[in-house]
Design a binder for this molecule. Structure first.
Ligand code: IMP
Length: 444
């Protein structure tokens, strides 16, 4: 298999919230940052060493790199109002020193109409349970209806299609007993909820946003192809969410609807990028534990008393929704499944400073049903039946690991833990994070 030099990709290999943003932000000095899935359901915080931080939702972490280009790719679902707000915030936060932004003209629109429909289904308890409320599911479903709105509809201002779209969603919502204009929807960067409003105001608002975003929307094919063919140009590919949230590999109902795995890059780059040619395909994995939001019941759920320690230390509350995250013991059975099916060939381990005195690091190494070893399966009823088999490794000194600059500086117990995970997954660990600051990253 040919390997395309100077290319690296990142995805989460737990259930999202692994700390991908910080890794991407720190380890890369690329020319092109490419994101291709999800929308404002994602949220990552970029924290400066002075403690100031910004929460990004649509924009890849590469936004802070001047002389680079960030691409919002074809398979994203973009909410124009939020994106306008986010670009403004990022421009101020980074003192106008931001990357060039290109939005693929075929990227999908995710609008208040989608949010209203999702909210109506949620209220009826007929679907979208546990979703972030950002309308992500309905926006992707438009593709299956073969009536999606795309960025091209903003660029060429196709008012007829936009008007038809509003009418269609009005019918859906009305059929479920509500008036779309009256439904309140939420936004990632704003605390308040707002009514969708009349068709006229919906169209006028969208027109304003289209006028602002126009300069970023383009046919990216030639730019992508020329740069990909020049192997001196470094590419970073950034996925949102995590393999445990993938429609195919996760457990209903707490799955998102986009392709969160590297194989999605083939379609979102019009076949230009063969994901298997990407030199390093990094799965970002929370080191000593993992977290999950939603109603799924993971086999290795931690008892609340211990979970509280991890939650408070790691600020385990959703960056987009503020929801409290469940905390689970490290689960190597699920991790192996996500690594294999996610085509991951390198691991970045985050939160290695999440350790507590006298509490061993508990790791699930095997699932059993009736005493017989079984593999992971994305099926809640199956997972309810498994008994996790654990081993315990000795904990390590938090202060010592926080100060480490190299692998060899790390406490011996932490080094052994990393080597153990490598042995169990068959994949090399290339990056570690040992604290929240930008500088607290170790490369192996
Ligand atoms: P949706 O993506 O809003 O449709 O939500 C579907 C499921 O994915 C819900 O359980 C969400 O909590 C979860 N989810 C979506 N995005 C993220 C993320 O970035 N981190 C963690 N969970 C997420």
């Amino acid at each position: 298999m040919k390997i395309r030099k100077n290319s690296i990709a990142f995805c989460g290999v737990n259930w999202g919230d692994e700390g991908k943003g910080k890794i991407v932000d720190q380890v890369t000095d690329a020319k092109i940052f490419f994101r291709d899935n999800g929308g404002s359901n994602a949220g990552h915080t970029v924290e400066l060493d002075n403690g100031q931080n910004i929460k990004l939702h649509h924009l890849p972490s590469g936004i802070s790199k001047t002389n680079s280009t960030v691409i919002l790719g074809k398979n994203m679902v973009i909410h124009p109002k939020e994106l306008v707000h986010e670009i403004k915030e990022a421009t101020n936060f980074f003192n106008n020193q931001i990357a060039d932004i290109k939005i693929d003209e075929n990227a999908l629109l995710c609008l208040d109409t989608h949010r209203a429909f999702e909210q109506t289904l949620k209220d009826r308890k007929n679907g979208c349970q546990g979703s972030t409320g950002r309308g992500i599911g309905p926006a992707y479903v438009d593709q299956l209806h073969r009536f999606p709105l795309t960025m091209k509809d903003l660029l060429n201002w196709n008012e007829k299609r936009i008007s038809d779209h509003y009418d269609f969603y009005q019918c859906l919502v009305k059929g479920l007993g509500k008036e779309i204009s009256e439904v309140e929807v939420s936004f990632s960067n704003l605390k308040d909820k707002f009514k969708v409003g009349s068709k006229e105001s919906f169209i006028n608002n969208l027109k304003e946003q289209a006028d602002i975003l126009k300069k970023y929307i383009e046919d990216i094919y030639d730019f992508l192809k020329q740069n990909w063919e020049d192997e001196s140009i470094k590419f970073v590919f950034e996925k949102a969410q995590g393999v445990g949230l993938d429609l195919r590999w996760g457990v209903y109902p707490d799955v998102t609807v986009s392709n969160v795995c590297f194989d999605g890059f083939r379609a979102s780059t019009y076949g230009i990028v063969d994901p298997n040619e990407i030199e390093r395909r990094v799965g970002v994995d929370k080191g000593t534990y993992a977290s999950s939001v939603g109603s799924r019941k993971l086999p290795t759920l931690m008892p609340e008393q211990e979970a509280t320690l991890f939650r408070e230390y790691g600020h385990e509350y959703g960056a987009t929704t503020g929801r409290t995250r469940d905390i689970v013991y490290k689960d190597l059975v699920a991790l192996r499944f996500y690594i294999n099916n996610g085509d991951v060939n390198s691991i970045a381990m985050t939160h290695l400073d999440s350790v507590f005195p006298n509490i061993p690091v508990k790791i699930c190494v095997e699932y059993q049903i009736d005493g017989k070893k079984v593999d992971y399966r994305p099926d809640q009823e199956f997972l309810n039946k498994v008994t996790p088999i654990y081993i315990e490794l000795p904990t390590w000194d938090r202060e010592k690991i926080q100060q480490a600059k190299t692998f060899n500086d790390m406490p011996k117990e932490a080094q052994d833990f990393v080597r153990f995970v490598e042995k169990e997954t068959g994949v090399k660990v290339n990056y570690l994070t040992n604290g929240p600051k930008r500088s607290q990253i170790i490369q192996l």
